[in-house]
Design a protein around this ligand. Structure first.
Ligand SMILES: *Cc1c(COP(=O)(O)O)cnc(C)c1O
Length: 427
């Protein structure tokens, strides 16, 4: 029995699927302790948009540490924090004509979500928050209350209150505009709904199965919120920081959320860091009303500031669009040749999902792919969606190598006798 099996809690999860002991990583490739290489199509669930150990970010971090600069400072003013804020203002906010206060929350995504929910309730004086089917916003109580997954919700061991779930875009198929229903219950004084403090939405649902909200749907949601004094929270933790092309995933929709949460790839280097962006007039916190020991970790500020170099030109953004179109075309090809095993291919930028008719098959492909040296996760209510989340900086050769592994796994599924028996005779 390994030390992991002997000592680490049963709660461990990803390591069960990707059962190797990892040691080194460069760019889009990870190596286990035996030196075996794996192409990384998981990228820390979207925390490594610029790949592993990017030289620019690594150098900035090494220089910072070598100079004995401060590492932990609670939320004291530091040069590292100033540089991050100045860079965030000049590279991200100003060019987009955005005006947000930056709140440093605890260092993980769910901390940023909790802060957004708290503030929305404080600002509006209302309790309820509307989230959407298949949403994922984190594992602490407030975030879990606005998360869809039944198994994860059950882990709370408590009733999860003050949250309602409304159907996400496309939940009833493309012919139904789910916002008709939401608008109706909000405006019907007898529908059993109190006016909520906020809507919280992912523009592309990462954990929920790569469900993509159309820009028109997001625009209408923003309008419904605005007309009724409901705050709009966009949780951009997984699909922000360039995952869909632009820095923020909601830029193409042209909406102006009241609150935005960012984390995963924000530090750029895989260091823990999270922020909640707040429209200035909503920033009514009392000093210290929301607090935390690790708000503002200076090494993360350093790599986050350095990573904004990727956003000084539109080069990376364009690469995401081009590579995204390539991924989309290759996945469509695979679906066409899948003899009906794959029911849908969807995504935006460089987050793509391949949905299988039989849920187990996504996990089968993930397992087979790992054996062939590709790390790729599943998502969705029944883990029925194979999720592609390569680093945005991946080169075309490595991307194609990974795609070919997926293709070869699908090919072996198609000739697998087990599959033929269990689906009642494909092919
Ligand atoms: C990962 C994620 C979170 C939670 O972040 P943690 O760092 O795991 O707490 C919240 N929202 C979305 C959309 C996420 O993908």
């Amino acid at each position: 029995m390994t030390i992991f099996e002997r000592r680490e809690s049963q709660v461990r999860s990803y390591c069960r699927t990707f059962d190797a002991v990892f040691d080194r990583a460069i760019g889009s490739t990870m190596y286990d302790e035996n030196g075996r290489a794996y192409i990384d199509f998981f990228a820390g669930a979207g925390s490594l948009n610029y790949g592993h150990n990017h030289p620019l970010l690594k150098q900035a971090l090494l220089d910072y540490l070598n100079g004995d600069h401060v590492v932990h400072t609670l939320d004291l003013y530091t040069r590292a924090k100033r540089t991050f804020l100045e860079r965030f203002e000049s590279v991200i906010l100003k060019p987009r004509c955005m005006d947000y206060r930056v709140m440093f929350t605890g260092p993980t995504g769910t901390n940023a979500v909790e802060a957004a929910l708290k503030l929305a309730r404080k600002v509006t004086g209302r309790k309820g928050v509307v989230a959407f089917t298949n949403s994922f916003h984190g594992m602490t109580l407030g975030s879990l209350a606005v998360t869809g997954n039944r198994m994860k919700r059950a882990g709370a061991g408590l009733p999860l209150n003050h949250a309602d779930s409304a159907p996400f875009d496309g939940y009833f198929g493309q012919d139904v505009d789910t916002l008709d229903q939401l608008q109706q219950v909000l405006d019907d004084g007898s529908a059993g709904w109190d006016l909520p403090a906020a809507f919280i939405v992912e523009t592309v649902q990462g954990e929920g199965g790569v469900n993509v909200a159309q820009d028109t749907w997001l625009q209408r949601l923003a309008q419904i919120a605005k007309d009724r004094g409901i705050l709009l929270i966009v949780d951009d933790i997984q699909v922000g920081c360039g995952r869909t092309g632009p820095f923020f995933s909601f830029e193409s929709a042209g909406i102006e959320p009241d609150l935005v949460t960012l984390s995963k790839s924000l530090s750029g280097f895989g260091l823990p860091m999270a922020i909640t962006l707040i429209r200035p007039e909503l920033d009514i916190w009392e000093p210290g009303e929301h607090n935390g020991t690790f708000r503002g970790h200076n090494p993360a500020f350093v790599t986050a500031a350095a990573s904004l170099a990727f956003w000084e030109t539109d080069q990376l953004s364009q690469k995401v669009t081009t590579d995204g179109a390539h991924i989309s075309a290759r996945l469509d090809q695979m679906m066409a040749q899948s003899d009906g095993l794959i029911s849908d291919v969807r995504g935006r930028g460089m987050i793509w999902g391949m949905e299988f008719k039989k849920p187990d098959l996504a996990a089968n492909v993930s397992r087979m792919a790992f054996e062939q040296g590709l790390i790729i996760e599943t998502s969705g209510a029944e883990s029925q969606v194979l999720k592609l989340l390569p680093p945005l900086t991946i080169n075309r050769d490595t991307l194609d190598l990974g795609l070919r592994i997926i293709e070869s796994c699908l090919a072996s599924l198609l000739v697998s006798p087990m599959l033929t028996a269990s689906t009642g005779g494909h092919s």
